[in-house]
Design a protein around this ligand. Structure first.
Ligand code: EPZ
Length: 419
């Protein structure tokens, strides 16, 4: 297992490119199951999670060929309907093949994803929607077993906005008989990117980007070509890196318009963030102001930026309050930040952060994808050396983050860990 070693204190200066979105790529890969022929996808990030979804698709008989950031996915032959436990347990987003498989084959056997470090992460809303569309669902020995002669359009109301739930049901509805309406649908840009791909494949979808999505089922879809949107969470992570180091960076291919709430909050802390030519200029400040944040579904402040923002607040002047409303256990990074000298107290789903003058480098351990990013960010600003272990969490969702940071002047390197 590798570790990342950082000597803090370097100001980040220069340019970095934002990679394609992980959370747009994953459902778009799954959407290839809906049609014969080859989907051609550009700007796909080279990530562990992309390897995993590729393995899940190959296991179903789909041909997946990646060269750099371009992938060719040909689902002409779907010879198997099972997504096995040993793959799904490494990435719960594998559940995104469930809807497309039922729509394409009329059957699916997908391992229940189970919980993860940040929460129980149930899929009851995915299953509720598929049953409303006529699928027969049984849970047997840890698997979802689904059958449907042909899905029929239905009106589905989510009592909680769910990103992959919306994506799964939107994909299933494209080939259902009749009209489906998704109420309280997730509005994340990644959901919209998937919807735009489905429309290019011939799907009839109205209300993209809103919480009311209407899908008129069609008899069949056809393959298409698409460039995945940039990753707003990686972009936000790099912005905070500049904010923590009084940096002055330019982000290329930055999805500025998908980051309104994050940018407003970062400006409140004293950072300057403005479009500049084809990119976005990000300037940190010596005095980081403390700002309260509450995570919300899009367009609110994203839960995937909560850990990174907490690192910034740990060095702000004053007290800030961060409330996590989406996941029940997404403060695992707090213990590790405290070991670096952060002053953070947890009360239920609320963290109270008293900014400190400085953090001290330490050996810390990553626990989940965004927690590992928050610890690397802390290392950039800490006095001395920080070693972040278990960075396989990081590799799931960031394409060469340490290389991008090193390119901006950070003293950071990846070390192969013995054993
Ligand atoms: C997606 O996960 C993202 N993953 C997550 O990003 C992100 O944190 C999350 O959305 C919230 O924005 C992908 O897109 C691959 P949800 P998802 O369903 O779809 C509850 C990262 O770091 N819920 O929107 O699994 C659920 O428990 C990852 O890249 C149900 O109760 O999240 C949670 O409280 C981490 N029943 C809330 O809804 C369901 O059937 C939102 O979860 C489904 C969800």
């Amino acid at each position: 297992m590798d570790k990342i070693v950082i000597r803090g204190g370097e100001r980040l200066i220069g340019e970095a490119g934002v990679s394609g979105s992980k959370n747009a790529s994953l459902p778009i890969f799954a959407a290839s199951l809906l049609t014969e022929g080859e989907n051609l996808l550009h700007n796909v990030p080279r990530l562990q999670d992309i390897q995993t979804i590729s393995k899940v698709l190959k296991n179903l008989g789909v041909k997946v060929h990646g060269e750099g950031n371009t992938y060719r996915i040909d689902a002409t032959e779907v010879t198997n309907e099972e997504a096995p436990y040993d793959l799904v347990k490494t990435m719960r987003a594998s559940i995104l093949v469930l809807g497309p498989l039922i729509a394409r084959l009329g059957k699916a056997r997908v391992s229940l994803p189970g919980g993860c470090a940040i929460g129980a992460r149930p899929i009851n809303l995915h299953l509720m929607g598929l049953e409303a569309m006529g699928a027969k669902i049984e849970l047997r020995s840890g698997y979802v077993e689904a059958k449907a002669d042909r899905l029929k359009g239905a009106t589905i109301s989510f009592d909680t906005a769910t990103v992959t739930g919306t994506e799964n049901l939107m994909m299933a509805a494209t080939l259902a008989k009749g009209k489906s309406v998704l109420q309280n649908a997730a509005m994340e840009p990644e959901v919209s990117d998937l919807a735009n791909v489905l429309k290019k494949m011939g799907a009839k979808i109205e209300g993209v980007g809103t919480s009311l999505i209407e899908i008129e089922g069609v008899e069949s879809l056809h393959p298409t070509e698409h460039t995945v949107i940039p990753d707003r969470i990686e972009a936000g992570t790099l912005m905070i890196a500049a904010g923590l180091t009084r940096g002055n960076i330019k982000l290329l291919k930055c999805p500025f318009r998908h980051m309104e709430t994050v940018i407003l909050k970062l400006r409140e802390t004293g950072m300057e963030i403005e479009p500049e030519g084809e990119g976005v200029r990000v300037v940190g400040t010596r005095r980081i102001r403390s700002v309260d944040v509450k995570t919300q579904p899009y367009p609110g402040f994203p839960t995937d930026m909560q850990a990174q923002f907490m690192t910034l607040m740990s060095l702000a002047r004053g007290l800030s309050i961060i409330t996590e409303t989406i996941f029940e256990n997404r403060f695992i990074h707090v213990n590790e930040l405290q070991r670096m000298g952060a002053d953070i107290r947890i009360q239920g789903n609320t963290a109270i952060i008293q900014g400190v003058e400085s953090l001290s480098g330490a050996k810390v351990m990553a626990s989940d994808l965004r927690a590992s990013a928050s610890l690397i960010l802390a290392g950039l600003a800490a006095d001395g050396v920080t070693e972040v272990s278990r960075v396989y969490h990081l590799d799931r969702g960031y394409e060469g983050l340490e290389k991008k940071l090193a390119g901006l002047g950070a003293n950071i390197r990846r070390v192969k860990e013995e054993g």
